[in-house]
Write a protein that binds this ligand. Structure first.
Ligand code: C5P
Length: 222
């Protein structure tokens, strides 16, 4: 029997990262931050002077990414070619560049097996855009986490400010809307809820409330 998967998909800034990490901690399950793989691919491309539309070069780059995830506080640390890039990959610019490489079918294909390798006992919480639709279609439970674009921009704003980064609420809102559009309109693995996903709107919920609801949905299944 394969280890169970809890797929958590949704647009950027809906709280997937935080919720996935907290739920994984509560369950004692593994965590896959699939967005990090796209962010890392885009960063590796910059390091190797590969343009973000050069699919021929990006495919082997993605397939052979030299990445180490070290679990720990606040999402742990990520190493690319032995360099700690945990902070660099979290910027808005890194996310934006990630969504460009994520639109390339052969890059997505190259990252597929690497993502599925995270499915190990006792279970996996998988955070992304296509966890329930493409990567883990047989997931035990699929949650589609949303929040209004305004609320997501506000959350990002507070997050960035807390990290000591400069940010403007109105430009964050524009970036979020542009990235949503790009993620939803791409032809391969677009951002849409799986048919059997439970949609959870977090606009008016706190983080502990969302964690409780997700855990309750999972308990109902079990
Ligand atoms: O979730 P995160 O903001 O880290 O994702 C960055 C970008 O990577 C997204 O905007 C999306 O374009 C892409 N992505 C994806 N499929 C995933 C996870 C992320 O296409 N499963």
């Amino acid at each position: 029997v394969e280890a169970p998967v809890l797929a958590i998909d949704g647009p950027g800034g809906a709280g997937k990262g935080t919720i996935s990490r907290l739920v994984a901690e509560r369950l004692g399950w593994h965590l896959l931050d699939s967005g990090a793989l796209y962010r890392l691919t885009a960063l590796a491309a910059a390091r190797h002077n590969i343009k973000l539309d050069n699919e021929d070069a990006l495919e082997p780059l993605a397939a052979n990414l030299d990445v180490v995830f070290v679990p720990g506080e606040e999402g742990g640390r990520v190493y690319l070619e032995s360099e700690d890039v945990s902070d660099i990959i979290r910027t808005e610019q890194a996310g934006d560049r990630a969504s460009l490489v994520a639109a390339l079918p052969r890059v997505r294909q190259a990252l597929l097996r690497r993502q599925r390798d995270f499915q190990k006992p006792p279970g996996l919480v998988a955070d992304g855009r296509d966890m329930g639709t493409v990567v883990f279609p047989d997931a035990e439970l699929k949650i589609f986490l949303t929040a209004s674009a305004e609320e997501r921009a506000k959350r990002r704003y507070l997050q960035l400010r807390e990290a000591g980064e400069d940010a403007s609420l109105s430009s964050l809102l524009k970036e979020i809307q542009a990235r949503d559009a790009r993620d939803m309109q791409r032809s391969v693995a677009p951002l849409i809820p799986a048919e059997d996903a439970i949609e959870l709107d977090t606009t008016h919920l706190t983080i502990p409330e969302v964690v409780d609801r997700v855990a309750a949905f999972l308990a109902q299944r079990g």
